[in-house]
Every structure is written in structure tokens, then in C-alpha cells.
Design a protein around this ligand. Sequence first.
Ligand code: SF4
Ligand code: SF4
Length: 98
Amino acid sequence: MKVYARTPLGLAQVQVPRGQVYIIPERCKGCEICIEFCPQAVLQESEAVNAKGYHYPEIVPGKEGACIHCGFCTIICPEFAIFSADDGELSFLAGRQA
Ligand code: SF4
Ligand code: SF4
């Protein structure tokens, strides 16, 4: 079935914040919720483990500038092990890699 979707008017002019992601590996319990639900797919499971033996998240190589500082990972992490901060830059949403 073909799905028809309209591109929102003015999408090319929409700018979003750029976030800097901070991960605290020793707090992480490896639940992967942040990885699963990041809307920009910024995170992946690391090869390394923390002192408790959990694989913590890391930034996907090449996606260092893809975080939009939505704060979702901060809200859903049960261990307060990840957060983002606005790095003060804005960039156009159109053309961003999700
Ligand atoms: S702030 Fe949003 S876009 Fe950035 S890593 Fe967290 S969930 Fe992903
Ligand atoms: S949501 Fe928190 S505890 Fe779960 S993998 Fe991400 S950083 Fe670790």
C-alpha cells in the first residue's frame, strides 16, 4: 500500500539545538533503553564493560553531531547515567541523519 505523506511547510527553515551527550559508565546497568529510544539513533552498546560487567552506551561513530538535545535519554534512564547539554549551536533539521 502506498503511503502519501506531506512534507511540513517550512521544514527547510526549522532549526534544532545541537546536544552534547554525557555518559557516566559506572552508573549504567546496560538496560539499553536509551539506545532503543533515542530518536536520532545516536547511541550504541559499547564493547567495553563497566566495573559491574554491563555494556554501557557510547556514541555511534560519525554521529557525534547528531544529538538534538531532546533530553529523552536523560528522562528515561533509570540510573541517571546519561544526560545531554545544549552546546549552544543550532542546525537545520532537514538533512539531519536520524
Ligand atoms: S538527548 Fe535525545 S537525541 Fe540526544 S542522545 Fe539523548 S535521546 Fe538521543
Ligand atoms: S538507559 Fe541508563 S542504565 Fe540503561 S543503558 Fe542507557 S545509560 Fe545505561
